[in-house]
Design a protein around this ligand. Structure first.
Ligand SMILES: C[S@@+](CC[C@H](N)C(=O)[O-])C[C@H]1O[C@@H](n2cnc3c(N)ncnc32)[C@H](O)[C@@H]1O
Length: 336
């Protein structure tokens, strides 16, 4: 696999990480974020096809490599194919195969012979090398951080502050949990409306605890719960519709009665998805007892604020349902 260290012009090696924050140009952030999502999605589909049951960890590519390698153990052809894939530099043919992965998988699933599996290992190796070349989750997060500062008008919790201020007027000592926090400088932490803000993310950042929300110990009492949970641009980061649903379910467990949930999604998740629009999202969250108080669409983002009023509406279907059709739509969806 390529080294995650790059040489500077002085010949010094730079570790991918905080140093890189200074070198990702703002105009490149969107491209990096898109590429990262593309690669992660393709990797997930290939792993599903190969029945790799051990969960890959976005924050630990070394571990992921070891998991994949272990799955090829005893099969020299698969192992060689995976290593060959990893040794590829940018490869048009592989990129085309990735773009057609969905139909490729459909076709191959019918004739799941050993040769096809070998081809999939080569593609998986290629995806791994591309993720590595990109700098993995760290670079993605740095790009997102830059995105917060530039391209999309900054920190999303500015709007949260506007919405939540009148609601918390008689609520001294309110607490908040910010899932997917990249900075302790965001409005949510600085606005003074919350006595305490717990900030967590899959990666460690200054003032942010490294923690997977899905593994955060469940509250033992009301003190461990929050008056607000912020989930800004996190659900779209979660890989599939079922896991997104699980995340929504879990958020409720951390909310105090009448607590609030602030969700931000890329606008396309509600305007250009086959499986999601604002009204479906509203119905899904209503089945968890959440009532929508506000929503707003900017050029790039969709914001909404819900309150846990505990008035449960009927549960939606466990499967994704198609709400739109046509070319150019994405497959974002949530199922509960
Ligand atoms: C695009 S960034 C969003 C950052 C920021 N909240 C914003 O609005 O710009 C998505 C972040 O969600 C984090 N994330 C995804 N799943 C998570 C989980 N299960 N627990 C904690 N953080 C998670 C990722 O680590 C990533 O840093």
């Amino acid at each position: 696999m390529h080294s995650r260290k790059s040489k500077s012009i002085t010949g010094k090696r730079n570790q991918v990480g905080s140093d890189v924050a200074k070198v990702i140009k703002p105009q490149k952030t969107r491209r990096i974020i898109r590429r990262f999502h593309h690669l992660i999605n393709k990797r997930e589909s290939i792993c599903l096809f190969l029945c790799l049951t051990e969960k890959l960890d976005e924050a630990n590519e070394k571990k992921n490599d070891a998991i994949i390698r272990a799955s090829t153990k005893g099969n020299t052809e698969q192992s060689k194919s995976y290593e060959d894939g990893k040794s590829q530099v940018f490869n048009e043919a592989m990129e085309t195969q990735l773009l057609r992965l969905h139909s490729l998988i459909k076709k191959e699933a019918k004739l799941k012979d050993s040769r096809k599996i070998t081809v999939m290992y080569a593609l998986l190796g290629y995806v791994m090398s591309q993720i590595d070349k990109l700098g993995g989750l760290e670079t993605y997060q740095i790009a997102s951080q830059n995105g917060q500062l530039n391209g999309r008008g900054g920190d999303t919790s500015k709007l949260l502050e506007k919405w939540i201020k009148p609601l918390l007027a008689d609520h001294p000592g309110a607490t908040a949990l910010e899932i997917g926090s990249l900075s302790s400088e965001n409005h949510i932490s600085r606005c003074g409306l919350f006595e305490h803000v717990v900030r967590i993310d899959l990666e460690k950042h200054e003032g942010v605890t490294k923690q997977d929300f899905m593994e955060r110990p469940l509250p033992e009492n009301e003190n461990d719960k929050f008056d607000l949970i912020s989930c800004s641009l996190v659900l779209n980061f979660v890989k599939n519709h079922k896991d997104r649903g699980l995340m929504c379910h879990r958020m409720i467990k951390f909310l105090r009665p009448q607590g609030y949930v602030f969700i931000v999604l890329p606008q396309a998740c509600v305007t250009h998805s086959r499986y999601c629009n604002e009204s479906l999202l509203q119905k899904l969250l209503a089945s968890l007892g959440l009532t929508m108080l506000h929503s707003h669409q900017s050029n790039k983002l969709y914001y909404c604020l819900y309150q846990w009023q505990m008035v449960l509406s009927p549960k939606g279907p466990p499967k994704r349902i198609r709400v739109s059709d046509g070319p150019g739509l994405n497959n974002f969806g949530i199922t509960l």
